[in-house]
Design a protein around this ligand. Structure first.
Ligand code: PAF
Length: 509
C-alpha cells in the first residue's frame, strides 16, 4: 500500500473510502521520540489494520501561551520516524482544519470532573478539556477501530477512556507502557529543553520513584514524606507527589492491590511528570462458571498468551476426590477426613507437551481424574466444608504473589475476591452437552447419550448452585460472557482485551 501524507480533513474521507481494513490511530503532537516509535510499531505488530499517525499541536491543551510557542516542531523528522515504524498514513492538519473558525458544530468538551481535578488537572486548568476536544474531533474525522496511547500520560489515558465510554464511541484504547531512556527518565518531547543539571534532577526524581516501587514490593508500604524529603535535599521543586487509586485517582486505601505513585516536578522552565504502579501482588484473573462452559480451554490459552500461571481448581477437587475413593476414606466422617487432609499436597507441573499435570502426594492423576466415577462424585465432595476450607487455603497459597489465571466456581467470590478481572463464563445446556460429547478427554461422555448428558449437567448445576458453602454464583463485579456460537479464540481475545483494558501494561511484566 502506498504511504500517504494527508493535510485536509476532506482528504481523510476520500482516503478512508479507498481502504478496506480497519484503522489503528496514533495521535501525536509531533517532535516524535522512541516513545512514539513504540506506539506506532506496537500498532503495526499487533494486527493487520492500517496505521494512521496524526501530528497536530493542539492549542486548546496549552494553559500557557509561551509553552505553546516554544513547543518543538520537527515535522520532517516526524514523517521519517512515523513511516519507518509502520505508519501507512500521516495526517498533518492545521488549526483551521481541526477547528474551522465558523463551524458552529465543533464541540468543545469538558473532561470528567473527578478525573481531571487531581494531579496535573490541579495546575493545568483546561488542559484535559482541550485534550478531550481534540481527540473527540480527530476520532470523528478518522473513525478508527483502535486508539493507541502511552501509559506515560496515565491521567490522560483514564480521561480519554472515560470520554469514549460516555460518548459511546466504538473505539478500543490500546495502551503502551512508559518508555524510559538509558538513565531511567521517561521519554518526553519536553526532555530536549533540559540542561545537563536539570536532567540530573529529573533522573534523581525518576529513580526515587523506581526505588519506591521496588521497596513497595518487599515492604508493601511507602512513605511519601521520606521521598519528598529526599527530593527537597536536592532542591527539586515538586508540584505534586501523590499515592492514589490507579483508576479513580482518589487517595489510595490499604486494601488497594494496585496503586499509583505519581509526581510532577519543575526543572527550570520545564515541567515533567512521572509515575510508577505499586503492587502488593501481580494481577489475578478469576474465571468462574458452570461445567462445560469452556472454562478450561479458555483459561489455558489465556495463561499461555499472557504468560500467567494456570490454576485449575476443578482439577484440585477432582484429585482430592480421586484420593478419597482410592484410599477408601469415609469422607462423611469428619475426623477421618481431617486426618487425611493434614497429609495432602496437590501441585501442578508443566509437562513435555507444554500442558499441565496434576499431582496428588507426588502421584500424577491428570488422566485418572477425568473418569466418570470422579465426575459423579466431585460435586458432592467439593461441597464438604473441610474440603473447601483446605483447598481454598491451598489455592490462596499458590496465588499469594498473583500473576495467575484461575478457573473454578468460587474464584471471584471466595478464593480471590480481590481479583483484578472477574469473568463468569456460561453457555446453554445444549451447547455444553454438545461440547462434553465431543471432548476426547472425557472418556465417559463419549459413550453417554446426549439427553443423559444434558440431565447430568442440569443436576451438576443444581448441586453447585444450591450448596451451602461457596455456591456457584456470579460475583457482583464479574463480566458475564455467554460462549454459545463463539469460537474459542474469540472468547480468549475478548478476555485478553478486557484484561489489557483494565490492567496497566506497566504492571504486566
Ligand atoms: O499525548 C499527546 O501527545 C496529546 O495530548 C494528544 C493525545 C496527541 C492530543 O493532542
Amino acid at each position: 500500500m502506498q504511504k500517504v501524507i494527508i493535510r485536509k480533513t476532506e482528504e481523510i474521507e476520500n482516503w478512508r473510502r479507498n481502504i478496506t481494513s480497519d484503522i489503528n490511530f496514533i495521535p501525536t503532537m509531533g517532535n516524535l521520540h522512541n516513545g512514539h516509535s513504540k506506539l506506532i510499531s506496537t500498532a503495526k505488530n499487533e494486527n493487520s489494520n492500517i496505521n494512521l499517525v496524526s501530528i497536530f499541536v493542539n492549542p486548546l491543551q496549552f494553559d500557557n501561551k509561551s509553552d505553546l510557542k516554544k513547543y518543538p516542531k520537527t515535522i520532517d523528522n516526524d514523517i521519517k520516524i512515523s513511516f519507518a515504524n509502520g505508519a501507512d498514513a500521516i495526517f498533518i492538519p492545521n488549526t483551521d482544519d481541526i477547528y474551522p473558525p465558523n463551524n458552529k458544530n465543533i464541540k468543545f468538551l469538558k473532561a470528567s470532573t473527578e478525573l481531571s481535578s487531581a494531579l496535573c488537572g490541579l495546575n493545568r486548568i483546561g488542559h484535559f478539556d482541550g485534550v478531550c476536544t481534540v481527540v473527540y474531533r480527530l476520532l470523528n474525522i478518522i473513525k478508527p477501530k483502535n486508539l493507541y496511547l502511552g501509559e506515560k500520560d496515565w491521567q490522560q489515558l483514564l480521561i480519554l477512556k472515560h470520554l469514549i465510554l460516555t460518548k459511546k464511541l466504538n473505539v478500543a484504547i490500546k495502551s503502551v507502557p512508559t518508555q524510559r531512556d538509558f538513565d531511567g527518565i521517561p521519554l518526553s518531547s519536553r526532555n530536549i529543553h533540559l540542561s545537563k543539571d536539570e536532567r540530573k534532577l529529573i533522573r534523581f526524581f525518576s529513580n526515587e520513584l523506581l526505588e519506591a516501587k521496588k521497596n513497595f514490593q518487599k515492604e508493601k508500604k511507602i512513605s511519601i514524606k521520606e521521598i519528598i524529603q529526599k527530593l527537597s535535599v536536592k532542591k527539586i521543586s515538586i508540584e505534586y507527589l501523590e499515592h492514589l487509586h490507579p483508576y479513580t485517582l482518589q487517595n489510595s486505601k490499604d486494601e488497594d492491590n494496585i496503586s499509583i505513585l505519581a509526581g510532577a516536578i519543575r526543572c527550570g522552565e520545564t515541567r515533567l511528570i512521572d509515575h510508577v504502579f505499586l503492587m502488593k501482588r501481580s494481577p489475578i484473573i478469576a474465571i468462574d462458571g458452570p461445567a462445560g462452559a469452556g472454562k478450561s480451554t479458555v483459561t489455558k490459552l489465556i495463561a499461555k498468551k499472557l504468560k500467567l500461571l494456570y490454576l485449575d481448581t476443578g482439577a484440585m477437587y477432582r484429585a482430592l476426590s480421586w484420593l478419597l475413593i482410592r484410599e477408601n476414606i469415609d469422607y462423611k466422617k469428619e475426623k477421618e477426613l481431617q486426618n487425611i487432609l493434614k497429609n495432602i499436597s496437590i501441585i501442578f507441573k508443566s509437562n513435555a507437551n507444554s500442558h499441565q499435570d496434576v499431582f496428588i502426594n507426588n502421584y500424577c492423576v491428570t488422566e485418572e481424574i477425568r473418569s466418570r466415577e470422579i465426575s459423579s462424585i466431585v460435586s458432592k465432595i467439593s461441597s464438604i466444608k473441610e474440603v473447601r476450607k483446605f483447598l481454598v487455603e491451598e489455592q490462596r497459597k499458590i496465588g499469594k504473589s498473583g500473576g495467575l489465571v484461575a478457573e473454578g466456581r468460587d474464584i471471584g467470590t471466595t478464593v480471590f475476591p480481590d481479583a483484578e478481572l472477574k469473568i463468569f463464563l456460561t453457555a446453554s445446556i445444549d451447547e455444553r452437552a454438545k461440547r462434553r460429547k465431543s471432548d476426547k478427554k472425557s472418556k465417559d461422555s463419549q459413550v453417554i447419550d446426549i439427553h443423559k448428558l444434558k440431565e447430568l449437567i442440569k443436576k451438576r448445576d443444581f448441586e453447585d448452585s444450591k450448596r451451602e458453602i461457596s455456591p456457584l454464583i456470579k460475583a457482583d463485579e464479574a463480566i458475564e460472557i455467554n460462549t454459545d456460537g463463539y469460537l474459542i479464540n474469540e472468547v480468549v481475545d475478548k478476555i485478553i482485551d478486557l484484561y489489557n483494558d483494565k490492567i496497566p501494561k506497566e504492571t504486566q511484566n
